[in-house]
Unconditional design. Structure first.
Length: 405
């Protein structure tokens, strides 16, 4: 009887779960190791779906039906006074991080997913790769997939020169209960994929399922992402400093954001956003922000180790491609391994396929976010800033499926 090839996945978020499910269904013996000890939770993260993502979910063993997300038919842009500055018909399914995590986790054998496993080191030889964890566990495999996110431990070991670069702005995020919103906002904002375009800022918001994957009217939630410039040395540094004086340069955990920073955001919402958007921000209980970064890796294959998802490339969220890219990475990796029995050769094929695609997605997202740069550094960025700041361009280009290969 032929021995099944073994794969170790470092990182148990969406990218890791896509890779785990696809490789498991392709006949691999797969184990997932997640650093966080408790069950992962999404903090107000909405996800725009594309057909490519839906196809990958189906191939990963997930039943894709109307419960996967909330459907909207139209995009709108609101002016600062709350009036409609533009409309565009664009049907789309909008979901939440927690929903996709749940269905992907359910599709994978529970006993093969290990929380509280922080990678300490790895070593390779001609026959395999060994992952060594801080809890003393060692895992030997034919393949190791690094799906451990933007601060990937594996990438830092193998490609230390690839580091996240701050984009010059942050994103306030949150979810508000549908039942908490006024009649005006429910009518003029909630049914749409909605945009607001204050000078050098951008608001994006859309409905997603409520707690417990509730889709009934009145029980859904409204997700938003509000981009604001924040100079790294001054504004950002103050924002990521907690009450004890500790500075969290990579992003401050939401519970540590100082109350005056939160109140400042709610106050600013009332000053610069349309009234409907301001209400959403002001009624969000768990308001938090994330610095926006670019990350590019020059290659994705290192012998028997492959980088995948945010461990490989991180594009600004304007593309709406983060989860779709991770799913596509996992599909490409699985197909390369099916086409080539030699693991290092298959990973090189995967790297040759996905490295140019990742770079193209990062580049396009950078263009979409150019007008929110705190400092527009050259003529090219200024031209992109002009190109992507109109309602028509923003609605046409943001979170829209494109061919990047």
């Amino acid at each position: 009887m032929e021995t099944r090839r073994k794969a170790v996945i470092i990182g148990g978020s969406l990218g890791g779960l896509f890779a785990a499910n696809l490789l498991h269904r392709a006949g691999w013996d797969v184990e997932v190791y997640e650093r966080v000890a408790e069950e992962l939770e999404g903090r107000g993260a909405g996800i725009v779906t594309h057909q490519e993502l839906m196809d990958a979910l189906a191939m990963a063993g997930v039943t894709v039906d109307e419960t996967i997300g909330v459907a909207v038919k139209e995009r709108v842009t609101l002016d600062s006074d709350g009036s409609v500055a533009g409309r565009r018909a664009m049907p789309q399914i909008l979901t939440a991080w927690g929903r996709l995590y749940h269905v992907l986790k359910e599709a994978f054998p529970r006993e093969r997913y290990h929380n509280g496993s922080q990678l300490e080191s790895l070593k390779q030889d001609g026959d395999g790769v060994t992952a060594c964890f801080k809890n003393g566990h060692h895992a030997r495999a034919d393949l190791l997939v690094a799906a451990d996110g933007i601060r990937s431990t594996v990438r830092q070991m193998l490609l230390p020169q690839a580091r996240p670069a701050y984009a010059g702005y942050i994103a306030w995020r949150g979810l508000v209960e549908e039942s908490a919103l006024s009649e005006r906002t429910l009518k003029e904002l909630f049914p749409y994929f909605a945009f607001g375009l204050p000078p050098q800022e951008q608001m994006i918001a859309y409905p997603v399922a409520g707690k417990g994957n509730a889709f009934e009217p009145g029980k859904r939630r409204f997700n938003f992402v509000w981009y604001r410039p924040a100079a790294q040395a001054t504004t950002l540094r103050d924002m990521v400093t907690d009450a004890s004086g500790k500075v969290w340069l990579d992003g401050i955990p939401p519970p540590h954001i100082r109350p005056e920073i939160l109140e400042g955001a709610r106050s600013a919402a009332g000053q610069v956003l349309a009234p409907q958007f301001a209400e959403v921000v002001q009624k969000t209980e768990s308001l938090f922000f994330q610095p926006i970064f670019d990350l590019e890796s020059s290659r994705l294959a290192f012998g028997r180790v492959a980088l995948l998802g945010d461990a490989a490339f991180v594009a600004r969220p304007h593309c709406g491609m983060g989860v779709t890219k991770a799913a596509s990475d996992a599909l490409a990796l699985t197909r390369a391994l099916e086409a080539c029995i030699d693991v290092p050769a298959a990973l090189q094929r995967y790297s040759d396929d996905r490295t140019p695609t990742g770079a193209a997605i990062v580049r396009h997202a950078r263009h979409l976010g150019a007008y929110m740069q705190a400092q527009l550094r050259n003529d090219s960025e200024r031209q992109m800033a002009e190109r992507y700041r109109t309602p028509e361009a923003v609605m046409r280009e943001t979170a829209v499926a494109r061919i990047f290969s």
